[in-house]
Design a protein around this ligand. Structure first.
Ligand SMILES: [Zn+2]
Length: 1133
């Protein structure tokens, strides 16, 4: 009776199975002696579990100690029959449910006990086959669910037991199968993989693989082999052992015989093995030697029509891309085609490395590229299993000291006096003009933006008509060190195209200049004129004749855009171009910049991507290798040779040109009849950074599809894979009344290609490739001249034209001053605008109010390729100079300091990211006002995300995203940083709050945003990123972005500043917190809705893999960093 009471207490559920378990538990201490009973009890339990579902449930129910009892019995017993019974019980139990039961089993240490059992059983001679079978079946079941499985197997010595069993049972599929299954799990641990490889398991598995006729165990063996071959040592072993041709032959055999596609997984398994072997150079070599390219190309072509075979085609294409022999970019050097001798070359940094590179060094491919790369891995016994997944939070700043912005000025006033000239308004008293002249260090700015003096022979004559009144002393400030000017001069004389002295093009242009400067400036202009007359105006590029005709008075019919584009003026544009100094001494103007761009009224939806485009393009690329006879390989444009452009016109090729402001095309090669490989030029004094493109095409045929491939892209992914199209401008369309850029192109995709990227270009990394952007075009008009660009171009000359037109909008109430921040290395002025309202009167009160207006600092185009930032800036400037009451009110509230184009040289010369120094502007300015700006915002463009959004800085949000522990005093921070983006998300349709981030990352610690926040203490310090692609939320969801939307964004930014002011009240910072909190919502709400993490890709996973070795490089990290040194001093106080 007492026993029964005890049992009911132990097992609340007084069922039969629980009673039996209780009995087993009591026996456990002495199970060896009670072998017979144990055998009977376990058999009964097994029977119950096999016949009654509820028994199993009871054993596995929460709170039950059933599993412990079973495992303890397994551990203690030595009786084979009892062990078999228990293994059967476990098998029954673990088969049911979706892994929860296995989880319980693992958590109770079941795996270890199984290995223990396996080891003792293996010592019996001969080991019980039945036992081994059961053990391996169970191990195969629990292995994938146990993170420590691989380590436990190795430490217990189980690897060898399994391998020996396989060796002894190659002809015994019944036992072989579960052993292979377990081996597969072992092999996923990289240390195990190496150890198994050493023991000959790779070779062993090839004995198991079989041709089509013998299907049996191949699949599992392939899975195990695939896992083993992930180890480079094993891959080398397989390549050395001659197994690549064997795998290819097996694949071809299965492909041929598996006509009804029933064995897709086996075929895929073979490809996975090939994929892993070809991760090493030796494997790729073996693959190519075994004619693998042709085998996979042919089989894939046959698979293409069957959609279910896509995984095979995709894996094949991946292998072929990897093994495609690396080609050299068709260039003499990856350094820019244009030379610009720097006066001072910093030892470190990209320019320094470029200069220190000896002559004759081939930087296009690595000399040692043919040598075997380091394919051996460190066979360290580091437990990969223990290694935690790399947290995405690694980049978050966790040093609390670095998370606290400085407060108050840190530089003595005297030191800053030299910058006073940029802040004339702070000393101006508006009383008597003569007095103010005495006070000011420099006289009022001229109306026209001063640009550099015309030093070069070919602009001297042009600039005569160009009014400039540069003040004698405005160049003396530190912002315009004398060096800049001298550099400009000597630099230009040193500037030339690489690979030829005074080549014909240059000479030609000089002659042209002497004959007629205007015609020289407008090679393009003239051609259009001829086009209208019906001559063959596309064939004359380079000849002198047409210019002469133009001088005789040809008239161009230009689109009348005055009403639609109030800031555009064709004649004014010409004037501005004359003062723009480029390194290549461009003398032509591109039509789109001349005519202007009238944003289309139709919608331009994101392009829906057709499945299989990338694959089709890659197959076409592979065909270059398979069918070499189709390849034309004709160079049609080449900046590196003196006679560029190079083609004699046989009517069979397109003509290219990019020798105009912001143009960037270095070379064009006709690959096939209607296909061209295009190579972009590197930024000057740099050997990479290309993404921006802008070039002209003519000589097209109508009714054919042309394929363009930009083959030296560098980023690992692009919005061109997610709906973005390139821009095209047709001169024919412009002349017939539609002067505009339109999103265009089909079959667009962006993928890793077979052009080798040298370690010099890849930051020291070997074996990297470039990426191809490909798109196809059908031209609408015969004899058209079309332009293609990465994004809506916005040249420096355009900026000057816009600024000049904005000057004309000035009213007596508007205070507008244009200073020249500095002269760039290239000799161009970098404008600084001051916009505010004139004081209401000369009274002290009003002047005091004027001087005390908070400062807003805005800048754009530090990265020349991000032209969208200029369009946003245009919107901002137009709004600020407007006559609306809002604009008025805004001017009365703030003093705006705006540098609309931080990098004019980069913009002019078609750079993507750098200035002429190959790094960044080396001119700086500093703000001497005693109060830090209320808002700092640097406008940028983002090529990998949609929408417009901001990066800001917040201690709290950084701490929340990381694991650092912080005291509440560390977290004292008001929510001011959130107000502006929040308002923007309410009023600007393109703006997305969800895309914003306020986390301070280590990698971005030297960006303008972080520096201004940390070192100057500006709470509202932002980078505003505008998409180059389009929006996935709001009013513009599903549409590509255009200039209208970008300009609207710039205007709404102004409106938001006004709201910010209304909310905060002037200079009442106490108030500010409460009011801003009001619109932001409660603090708790912010906590519950943390911002997105910056590094998160905002794209859905892509249908087709872009790449197999993702090299992630975050958009603005590098560049923002470069920018930062300058910004640090910029505003430092
Ligand atoms: Zn940028």
């Amino acid at each position: 009776i007492s026993k029964i009471i005890l049992l009911t207490q132990t097992f609340i559920c007084n069922s039969r199975v629980m009673m039996l378990l209780g009995q087993l538990e009591r026996m456990n201490g002495d199970i060896v002696r009670q072998a017979e009973t144990a055998r009977q009890v376990t058999a009964k339990i097994l029977h119950l579990i096999q016949t009654q579902e509820k028994s199993g449930k009871e054993v596995m129910s929460k709170g039950s100690s059933g599993m412990e009892v079973i495992l303890a019995s397994l551990e203690n017993t030595r009786d084979v029959q009892t062990i078999l019974n228990i293994l059967s019980i476990l098998t029954e139990l673990l088969t049911v449910g979706r892994g929860r039961r296995v989880g319980v089993f693992v958590s109770k240490g079941g795996t270890g006990i199984l290995f223990h059992t396996l080891l003792s059983a293996s010592k019996e001679m001969p080991p019980s086959e039945e036992l081994m079978l059961q053990l391996h079946s169970l191990l195969a079941k629990v292995g994938p669910k146990d993170r420590k499985f691989g380590v436990a197997a190795r430490l217990s010595g189980a690897l060898n037991v399994t391998v020996n069993l396989i060796k002894q049972n190659l002809q015994n599929p019944k036992l072989l199968l579960p052993c292979l299954q377990v081996l597969r799990v072992y092999s996923t641990n990289s240390v195990n993989a190496i150890s198994l490889g050493k023991n000959g398991v790779v070779e062993l598995l090839f004995k198991v693989l079989a041709p089509y006729s013998k299907k049996n165990t191949s699949l599992v063996a392939l899975d195990a082999l695939g896992a083993l071959l992930k180890s480079k040592t094993n891959a080398r072993r397989a390549a050395d052992g001659g197994y690549v041709p064997i795998l290819l032959a097996l694949y071809a055999d299965w492909h041929r015989n598996d006509a009804r596609h029933r064995h897709m997984l086996i075929r895929k398994g073979l490809l996975v093995c090939l994929r892993n072997i070809t991760n090493i150079k030796l494997g790729r070599k073996a693959f190519v030697e075994a004619d693998g390219m042709r085998v996979l190309y042919n089989s894939s072509t046959e698979c293409l029509p069957v959609r279910t075979l896509d995984p095979l085609v995709n894996t094949s294409s991946l292998i072929m891309r990897k093994c495609f022999p690396k080609k050299r970019l068709p260039l003499p050097t990856i350094q820019s085609a244009f030379l610009f001798q720097l006066p001072y070359v910093p030892g470190t940094g990209p320019a320094g490395r470029t200069y220190s590179q000896g002559p004759g060094v081939d930087d296009v491919v690595d000399e040692s590229d043919d040598n075997d790369e380091a394919d051996t891995e460190n066979d360290t016994e580091n437990e990969e299993d223990e290694k935690d997944q790399q947290s995405p939070n690694d980049d978050i700043e966790t040093d609390l000291n670095k998370l606290h912005p400085k407060k108050g000025p840190c530089r003595p006033y005297e030191e800053l006096r030299v910058y006073e000239r940029f802040f004339v308004e702070l000393s101006e008293d508006f009383q008597v003009s003569q007095v103010s002249v005495l006070i000011r260090r420099s006289p009022p700015r001229p109306i026209i933006v001063p640009t550099a003096q015309a030093f070069s022979p070919n602009t001297r004559s042009l600039s005569r008509a160009y009014t400039r009144t540069p003040s004698p002393d405005h160049r003396e400030g530190p912002g315009a060190r004398a060096g800049g000017r001298i550099v400009g001069r000597s630099g230009r004389s040193a500037a030339s195209r690489r690979g030829g002295g005074a080549h014909r093009g240059e000479t030609r242009r000089r002659q042209r200049d002497q004959a007629d400067p205007l015609a020289a400036a407008f090679g393009g202009f003239v051609r259009a004129t001829l086009g209208r007359r019906g001559s063959n105006w596309s064939s004359d590029c380079g000849s002198e004749g047409p210019e002469d005709e133009a001088a005789e008075g040809a008239v161009l019919e230009v689109p009348d855009t005055a009403l639609l584009l109030p800031l555009h003026d064709l004649d004014l544009y010409v004037e501005m171009v004359k003062g723009t100094l480029s390194v290549p001494q461009y003398a032509e103007v591109a039509y789109p910049d001349y005519f202007g761009h009238v944003a289309p009224t139709f919608r331009e939806p994101l392009l829906e991507r057709v499945y299989g485009v990338q694959r089709a393009k890659i197959f076409q690329d592979i065909e270059r290798l398979i069918h070499p006879n189709d390849i034309v390989d004709k160079v049609v444009y080449d900046l590196d040779i003196p006679s560029c452009p190079v083609i004699e016109d046989d009517g069979e090729s397109l003509k290219f040109n990019s020798q105009f402001e912001s143009g960037n095309l270095r070379k064009a090669v006709q690959v096939r009849k209607f296909e061209y490989d295009l190579v972009l030029n590197s930024d000057i004094n740099s050997n990479h950074y290309h993404q921006w493109f802008y070039f002209e095409v003519s000589g097209m045929k109508v009714g054919t599809t042309y394929r363009f491939n930009i083959i030296n892209c560098e980023k690992s992914n692009s919005q061109f894979n997610y709906g973005m199209q390139a821009l095209m401008y047709s001169v024919q369309e412009a002349i017939s009344g539609s002067p505009r850029w339109v999103r265009t192109g089909t079959d667009i995709c962006y993928y890793k290609n077979h052009f080798a990227r040298s370690s010099i270009a890849a930051g020291g990394l070997k074996g990297k490739s470039y990426y191809t952007l490909t798109f196809s075009i059908n031209f609408k008009h015969k004899d058209d001249v079309c332009y293609f660009a990465y994004h809506y171009p916005y040249t420096y000359s355009t900026l000057k034209m816009h600024l000049s037109k904005l000057e004309a909008l000035r009213t007596p109430q508007i205070y507008l001053r244009q200073d020249v921040l500095c002269e760039t290395l290239g000799g161009n002025g970098c404008p600084l605008l001051t916009i505010t309202a004139m004081p209401e009167s000369n009274s002290n009160d009003h002047i005091c109010q004027f001087r005390n207006r908070p400062l807003i600092f805005l800048s754009a185009r530090v990265h020349p390729g991000e032209t969208n930032a200029s369009w946003v800036m245009k919107g901002t400037l137009e709004f600020l100079m407007g006559s609306s009451p809002l604009a008025n009110s805004l001017r009365e509230s703030y003093i705006f300091k705006i540098v609309p184009m931080l990098n004019p040289d980069g913009v002019i010369n078609g750079n993507h990211r750098c200035s002429l120094s190959g790094e960044d502007l080396n001119r700086q300015w500093q703000s001497p006002n005693l109060e830090a700006p209320l808002v700092f915002c640097d406008y940028h463009g983002h090529s990998r995300k949609k929408n417009v959004f901001m990066y800001g800085c917040s201690v709290k949000e950084t701490v929340w995203q990381s694991n650092i522990s912080a005291t509440s005093s560390d977290l004292q921070e008001d929510l001011a940083y959130r107000a502006l983006p929040k308002i923007l998300s309410q009023i600007a349709p393109a703006f997305s709050m969800a895309s914003c981030s306020f986390v301070v990352e280590r990698s971005k610690e030297s960006t303008a945003r972080v520096v201004v926040w940390r070192e100057i203490g500006v709470q509202r310090s932002y980078t505003m990123e505008s998409t180059l692609c389009g929006c996935d939320q709001g009013k513009y969801k599903g549409l590509q972005i255009g200039t209208r939307e970008l300009e609207e964004m710039g205007a709404q930014f102004c409106v938001a500043l006004l709201r910010l002011k209304r909310l905060t009240g002037l200079r009442n910072h106490q108030h500010l917190l409460d009011l801003e909190s009001d619109i932001i919502g409660s603090q708790a709400k912010v906590v519950s809705c943390p911002t997105t993490y910056v590094l998160d890709e905002d794209e859905p996973s892509f249908l087709e893999a872009i790449d197999y070795s993702a090299e992630s490089n975050d958009e603005d990290v590098e560049a923002e960093n470069e920018h930062a040194a300058e910004v640090r001093t910029y505003l430092s106080m």
